[in-house]
Write a protein that binds this ligand. Structure first.
Ligand SMILES: [Mn+2]
Length: 364
């Protein structure tokens, strides 16, 4: 396992110098943010990003994410040009030796929350989601009422996109994902890049938009669309963990042992009702995800890929990009490494509770 940290580039208030002070973090997850969706990421822009990261003593381990143009998801006739561009961006990544691409296939909205500053009992602020509150958001005025999406679409752009998706069934969205992967995965494989689809967050339809990457069966279906190592998963415990039907350790064992988890997002969520949750600190005791069982599952098959703490709360008065402050994510990175170290050492010393008791004469 390689511990990594997401960095939003030169304008991120969480600088590489600060990330350097978090113990054990050696990889960076980043992206190019100023290329319009659908256009090629120029190799020079990627090179500059990689060089800056290298110069600070890190490796650019993952690109998260190259956005997939809506025309591809909608299966419009214009999609081939955008798919060609996507392939070119992947080749540019591969040419620089950047090995992992995280992407998602969520229509219109990426991760969605109803409150970006939900206050927990300890005074910290976190991201929360309540399906009933979401239903009250009026999108006819654009994305203004939706936290985190203030400027993404004008009201008319949004209405035409939502109308276009009303014609798209879940099965058609699957077909469109298949069409995309059939063309992109061989290019990625040839460029020594592996792809990891990020599950939909939250893992159910919102605003009447189809969402398909939601559970174990869906992840298997993605892998079956193109049965190649380069077609893999970003396994996000926070996204999948918002639905209690998802048995995360079982899924990690299944897809991890098959060699198809290329990137691990470890995050905890506290489920507080039906389609209602807030993000919690990373430790098991604070949320609905048993992070020890998650790490045990990864450790069992010897996961060697990049892992990162996912969203963090805002604590100690920090302000900044919701979910992507420094402090709570740093606590997450160290906690995850603590679990991993314990698993490593117990394994190396062939530690079992039984022989510990034998050696120490503990009666229990
Ligand atoms: Mn995630």
């Amino acid at each position: 396992m390689q511990m990594t940290f997401r960095w939003y580039g030169t304008n991120d208030p969480v600088t590489l110098a600060k990330i350097k002070q978090i113990p054990g973090v050696s990889g960076i997850v980043s992206a190019v943010y100023d290329v319009p969706v659908g256009e090629v990421w120029p190799v020079e822009r990627l090179r500059r990003l990689k060089n800056e990261i290298d110069d600070n003593g890190f490796t650019l381990r993952v690109v998260e994410s190259i956005p997939v143009h809506e025309d591809i998801k909608l299966g419009r006739s214009t999609r081939d040009r955008f798919i060609d561009n996507y392939c070119q961006s992947i080749q540019n990544m591969g040419g620089l030796g950047i090995p992992v691409l995280c992407y998602n296939f969520m229509p219109v909205f990426d991760w969605t929350r109803t409150d970006l500053a939900f206050q927990l009992a300890d005074g910290s602020l976190t991201l929360s989601y309540d399906h009933e509150s979401l239903a009250r958001i009026d999108l006819s005025k654009g994305t203004g009422e939706l936290p985190g999406w203030a400027t993404a679409y004008s009201p008319s752009e949004l209405q035409s996109l939502l109308a276009a998706y009303r014609e798209i069934s879940e099965e058609q969205l699957w077909d469109n994902l298949g069409y995309f992967l059939e063309r992109v995965v061989p290019v990625a494989a040839a460029a020594n890049v592996v792809m990891g689809i990020h599950p939909d967050d939250p893992p159910w339809p919102i605003f009447g938009l189809p969402r398909i990457i939601t559970n174990e069966a869906a992840l298997q279906r993605v892998l079956n669309l193109v049965d190649h190592h380069a077609n893999g998963l970003t396994f996000c415990t926070g996204s999948l963990g918002a639905d209690p039907v998802n048995d995360l350790p079982r899924m990690i064992r299944r897809f991890g042992k098959a060699g198809r988890i290329h990137f691990a997002h470890c995050r905890n969520v506290k489920i507080t009702g039906n389609k209602k949750f807030h993000e919690s600190p990373h430790p098991s005791a604070d949320g609905s995800v048993d992070m020890f069982e998650v790490m045990k599952a990864y450790h069992e098959f010897g996961f060697r890929g990049p892992m990162r703490p996912d969203h963090g709360r805002m604590i100690w008065g920090e302000t900044g990009r919701p979910g992507y402050g420094l402090y709570d994510r740093a606590l997450g990175a160290v906690y995850l490494q603590g679990l991993w170290e314990a698993l490593e050492k117990m394994n190396n010393q062939n530690f079992t509770l039984t022989n510990y008791r034998d050696e120490h004469g503990t009666q229990n």
